[in-house]
Design a protein around this ligand. Structure first.
Ligand code: SAM
Length: 264
């Protein structure tokens, strides 16, 4: 595993900054936009697909806080701050909700610290999810989260940045094994749904070095042993939508799948 980068390098595209560009954000450089533009050329609706991923994340956080009584969130691969962030969604429902953001990209740490300067129930740390122990034993994490009480582990749009040899399922269990019963895991993941997903995978791997599109079965296996909440693992627009979805999904709505599960 590469050591954590300490400085932002504008010449090498970064996952966090490409994603920020896809969302319509401003914290990105020409190298990031070049990768994003290839994805937009492949699929002009790629921004809508990215926004759907943020929307399902917010729905999941609200559901966890409001319906499942979760007060602690460990958001791994949190990304750059954007319009509605996990702590804002959770603390709008429960002002005492505590959130730890984790990302390995130094730009997330810099922007996150600025956003969170006045929020004493939220912290951001720089760490790599491939080294779960470094996160679970970080003093800032243990000061914020009580691992004797249920935690929601959020792995939204991040496990697809691990290749098979990096064992995404092992990353899930490393975190969930440390959490008590009643903890939850929320995952969204690129879905292998056809030729466009294979082209997108090639663009991402060439541009940023990662981005695996996995089958529905491979994504479901990430939740093995936990109790999936309704409606199970589905395309992200279908996960507890605010309005019923009419008709067939468009191609761009089938780029990511996700689900939420509870540790029994
Ligand atoms: N979770 C947010 C969301 O769904 O909107 C952001 C997703 S963004 C596509 C993926 C984030 O995961 C990026 O910010 C990237 O830096 C981070 N990331 C990728 N690999 C990581 C790793 N090994 N450890 C920690 N963070 C990682």
């Amino acid at each position: 595993m590469d050591p954590l980068q300490t400085a932002v390098n504008p010449d090498i595209p970064s996952i966090a900054r490409v994603y920020d560009y896809m969302l319509g954000g401003k914290d990105n450089f020409a190298a990031d936009r070049a990768v994003g533009d290839q994805l937009f050329a492949l699929n002009p609706d790629a921004r809508a697909a990215t926004l759907e991923n943020r929307a399902v994340l917010v729905r999941a956080i609200r559901y966890l806080a409001a319906e499942r009584g979760i007060t602690q969130f460990l958001d791994i691969g949190s990304g750059l701050p954007t319009q509605q962030n996990v702590h804002q969604a959770a603390q709008a429902i429960n002002p005492d909700a505590r959130v730890v953001y984790v990302d390995n990209d130094p730009i997330v740490l810099a922007h996150g610290r600025a956003l969170l300067a006045e929020n004493d129930k939220t912290v951001v740390i720089q760490a790599d999810m491939r080294d779960p122990a470094s996160i679970l034993t970080d003093p800032q994490v243990s000061a914020m989260l009580d691992f004797d009480k249920p935690v929601a582990v959020i792995l939204c749009g991040v496990l697809h940045h691990l290749d098979d040899a990096e064992h995404p399922r092992g990353v899930v269990t490393s975190f969930m094994d440390r959490m008590p019963a009643g903890s939850h895991v929320f995952i969204t993941h690129f879905a292998r749904t056809g030729p466009n997903s294979e082209i997108a995978e090639r663009i991402l791997i060439a541009g940023i070095g990662s981005g695996r599109f996995r089958t529905a079965q491979e994504i479901e296996e990430l939740f093995d042993g936990y109790s999936l909440a309704e409606p199970g693992v589905v395309f992200v627009p279908q996960w507890r939508p605010e309005e019923p979805i009419e008709g067939e999904l468009e191609d761009w709505q089938r780029l990511l799948m996700g689900g939420l599960a509870e540790k029994p």
